[in-house]
Write a protein that binds this ligand. Structure first.
Ligand SMILES: O=P(O)(O)OC[C@H]1O[C@H](O[C@H]2O[C@H](CO)[C@@H](O)[C@H](O)[C@H]2O)[C@H](O)[C@@H](O)[C@@H]1O
Ligand SMILES: O=c1ccn([C@@H]2O[C@H](COP(=O)(O)OP(=O)(O)O)[C@@H](O)[C@H]2O)c(=O)[nH]1
Length: 466
């Protein structure tokens, strides 16, 4: 396939979620809002000024309407994939199979089941990947560099290579990668298709060496190795400049006032901010906080757990049930320990980025305890935004642990008792030590800011082919 005559993009990025999403207002107009999650936080720093074209999917009816009306951002092309195909690819394969495999989330005696229904959804996943490959092939200038993101688009490198052998193709995984024994649960032909699809790239990027090594081990196990594809590690950092500025804007200041009122004067805060995501381990975090109040009554009335769990993947029943469970456990703690003047858990489950930043600023302790996480940018963001410098309780299973482990308090995410002890240790840390550690955490967190992270990959991709 030749590039279309006006194919001009020298650098292209492809991801499921783009920088903005649209909602149809009651008066019929479209309102744009920032896309949530770490992939968008990382890629947004690149911006249209870099001259890159960002190809993404229309995620919602609002997005599809925006495409039809020709509403959009400079440097962004949204693909209007049929709603049913999109739902099968995003919900039915990417988020309920590939995400589950890489985060090892299955309750294996009953799940997964790979049957005819799964095969039907897989066909949608293939056609969704094909739509991306075709759009990229159409837009890319001769010899352009294309950076494909994540497990949603694992087939794109191979499909694009077949259409446009002249391109430099990279793929970056924002998730962990499953160890071979776990990856083996995918049907053999599907596992091979995923790996061969990715191996269509010149270069594959991962957030940590641990995930890159797991990928290579899966290739050895399933498809006889990597062939000529290279792997590299790029540990995405936080965008310190953006966060420091954004977290001092008026809307954040307003929310700090409201939040301090909810917390109550003079109390310590344990802050967590996540998508309402199974792998973030929010329920065990609440149970650990409950155990802290049980084991160490001296903290009662003196601490508040500020937990923001903004909506994610709510089309999946298991995510809706998880959200309900988070709410149930928080209410149970408040009923059991709360008093007329103290609400032990302040939980919000609505999307409000300014309020999330307000929580970062007032954090004394940040709790980040995922079961497994590609990186976890929140772990990098809270210490650098917090006004007083917070202590960080961090799961050893988060990619961020490799960079922040030395100054964080490490936890095994399944060990609720140990997490309760870690919370106590963090809350008891002398202010001086906390501030010193937060300073070092912030330096580590911003070592590879998003713009550098992106340019490093581009340089590596454009370098000589082996
Ligand atoms: O797009 P969604 O389905 O709403 O999910 C949001 C994003 O979640 C995942 O983010 C990952 O990327 C972060 C940045 O590299 C990383 O820090 C984090 O550990 C990952 O979970 C997912 O990989 C993205 O594709 C989603 O957009
Ligand atoms: O209300 C909020 C709070 C946070 N974030 C951002 O979402 C990202 C979450 O990334 P992380 O790597 O921690 O996890 P992910 O959600 O990508 O799995 C961070 O950059 C946050 O700043 C957001 O979009 N909305």
């Amino acid at each position: 396939m030749a590039p279309s005559p006006d194919a001009a993009a020298q650098v292209l990025v492809a991801s499921n979620r783009g920088p903005v999403s649209y909602d149809v207002q009651s008066d019929g107009t479209l309102a744009a809002r920032r896309g949530g999650g770490g992939l968008v936080s990382g890629l947004s720093a690149i911006g249209p000024d870099a001259g890159a074209l960002w190809v993404c999917a229309a995620l919602s009816d609002g997005d599809r309407e925006a495409v039809r009306r020709g509403v959009g951002e400079d440097g962004v092309r949204m693909l209007d994939i049929p709603a049913e195909v999109y739902a099968d690819a995003y919900n039915g394969v990417a988020n309920s199979v590939l995400w589950f495999v890489h985060h090892m989330l299955y309750q294996t005696p009953v799940e997964p089941v790979f049957d005819a229904e799964f095969r039907r959804r897989w066909a949608s996943y293939e056609s969704y990947n094909r739509a991306f490959a075709e759009a990229l092939a159409e837009e890319a200038a001769p010899g352009a560099a294309v950076l494909v993101q994540d497990y949603h688009l694992s087939l794109v490198p191979g499909l694009l290579r077949a259409l446009r052998p002249d391109l430099r193709i990279g793929h970056f995984s924002h998730t962990p990668w499953a160890p071979p024994e776990y990856f083996r649960m995918l049907p053999d032909d599907i596992a091979a298709q995923v790996l061969r699809g990715m191996l269509g790239a010149d270069r594959l990027g991962f957030l940590t060496e641990r995930w890159a090594a797991a990928f290579r081990a899966c290739c050895e196990d399933r498809v006889g190795g990597l062939g000529s594809t290279r792997t590299g590690v790029h540990g995405l950092g936080a965008d310190g400049e953006f966060l420091r500025r954004r977290s001092h804007e008026a809307d954040v200041e307003e929310r700090i006032v409201a939040l301090r009122e909810e917390v109550g004067a003079g109390r310590r805060t344990v802050v967590r901010v996540d998508r309402t995501e199974l792998s973030k381990n929010i329920v065990r975090g609440l149970l650990a906080y409950r155990q802290l109040l049980d084991d160490r009554p001296e903290w009662r009335e003196r601490v508040v757990h500020v937990a923001f769990a903004y909506p994610s993947r709510q089309d999946l029943a298991v995510y809706r049930e998880y959200t309900a469970e988070v709410q149930r456990v928080a209410e149970e703690i408040n009923e059991r320990y709360g008093t007329a003047s103290w609400t032990p858990v302040v939980l919000h489950v609505k999307d409000d980025f300014a309020r999330s930043l307000a929580a970062y600023r007032i954090a004394d302790v940040a709790l980040v305890n995922p079961i497994r996480d590609g990186m976890n940018l929140v772990a990098k963001e809270v210490p650098l935004v917090s006004d007083e410098g917070c202590a960080l309780v961090l799961s050893r299973e988060a990619g961020a642990f490799e960079e922040l482990g030395e100054d964080a308090i490490a936890v095994n995410p399944y060990d609720v008792s140990a997490t309760a002890d870690a919370l106590h240790e963090a809350l008891s840390m002398p202010a001086g030590e906390r501030a010193e550690r937060a300073k070092r955490l912030s330096a580590a967190a911003t070592a590879l800011p998003p713009s550098r992270w992106f340019l490093d990959q581009l340089d590596a991709l454009r370098g000589p082919r082996d």
